[in-house]
Design a protein around this ligand. Structure first.
Ligand SMILES: NC(=O)CC[C@H](N)C(=O)O
Length: 231
C-alpha cells in the first residue's frame, strides 16, 4: 500500500512516519505541502512538528497549504487520513474533525510516555486493536489540550468518535481526557501522542512502563495496510 506523508515547512516527524509505514510493510511516499499532487497514494499521514513555527495557532497556516485542498477532497471520498500531533491540529483547523487545540493547561511543553485506552477499534487506523486495549506511546507537545463546545463533546462521545483517551494522567487538560478523535465515517483519525515513535523495540517508550515491547504504535500502520488488503 502506498501511503503519502506530507512534509510542511517545520515538519519534524515526517521521516519517522515514513519509516513506520515501511516497518509496517507499506510503501511511504513523500508528498510536499506546496503541491496539488497526491501521487496516487491510498492513504495520507499529516505528521508531527512545528509547521510554520506554530505561528497564529498550531496547524492553522499549514491547514491552508495547497495540498490540503486535495487532502480534504480525498478524505471526503473515504481515503484514510491520520493526523499525528501537529497533524491532528491541522485536521481540526481544516475542519476534517471537530474541536480545536489550545495551549496545555499547565502552560508547559510536555514529553512523556503516555498510556491511552483505545475507545474505538473500528476506524481505518485502529482495527488491529481491540476496544478497551491499553497502549503506551510517546507524547510531546505544547498545544495539546483538546477542547470543543459541550454539544460537540456530547456528539463525539455518543457517536463513538472518541478514538483514544488518556489514562493514568491527563497530560494537558484535554476535555473528557480525549487523546484522539475520528470523523463520523472513521477514515480520518487524529491524535496527540506519536505512534510513529513506538514502532521499534528499544527506540520507543520505556518498556517496563509500557508493559509491552514498546511497539504499540506499529498497529496504526498495520491496521490501515491490512484493511486495504482485505478490500
Ligand atoms: N510534536 C508535535 O507535533 C508538536 C505539535 C505542536 N507544534 C505543539 O507543540 O503543540
Amino acid at each position: 500500500m502506498r501511503i503519502g506523508v506530507v512534509t510542511f515547512p517545520g515538519s519534524l516527524d515526517d521521516r519517522d512516519a515514513q519509516r513506520a509505514v515501511r516497518l509496517a510493510g507499506g510503501e511511504p511516499v513523500a508528498l510536499w505541502h506546496g503541491s496539488h499532487d497526491l501521487d496516487g497514494v491510498e492513504a495520507i499521514i499529516l505528521p508531527g512538528g512545528f509547521s510554520y513555527g506554530d505561528y497564529l495557532r498550531a496547524g492553522a497556516i499549514a491547514s491552508l497549504s495547497p495540498i490540503m485542498s486535495e487532502v480534504v477532497d480525498a478524505a471526503g471520498r473515504g481515503m484514510p487520513v491520520l493526523g499525528i500531533c501537529n497533524g491532528f491540529q491541522m485536521l481540526a483547523e481544516a475542519r476534517l474533525i471537530p474541536g480545536a487545540h489550545t495551549r496545555n493547561a499547565h502552560q508547559q511543553f510536555i514529553r512523556r510516555d503516555q498510556r491511552l485506552r483505545v475507545e474505538n477499534a473500528d476506524t481505518a487506523w485502529t482495527t488491529g486493536f481491540v476496544e478497551g486495549q491499553e497502549i503506551t506511546i510517546p507524547l510531546k507537545n505544547a498545544d495539546g489540550r483538546f477542547v470543543a463546545d459541550d454539544e460537540t463533546i456530547k456528539r463525539l462521545e455518543g457517536e463513538g468518535q472518541v478514538a483514544f483517551r488518556y489514562i493514568g494522567v491527563n497530560p494537558n487538560g484535554s476535555m473528557d481526557d480525549i487523546a484522539g478523535v475520528s470523523n463520523k465515517e472513521g477514515n480520518v483519525v487524529g491524535l496527540m501522542p506519536h505512534p510513529e515513535h513506538a514502532t521499534e523495540a528499544g527506540f520507543g517508550p520505556d518498556t517496563a512502563l509500557a508493559m509491552s515491547s514498546g511497539t504499540d504504535g506499529l498497529t496504526f500502520f498495520t491496521s490501515v495496510i491490512e484493511k486495504a488488503l482485505i478490500k
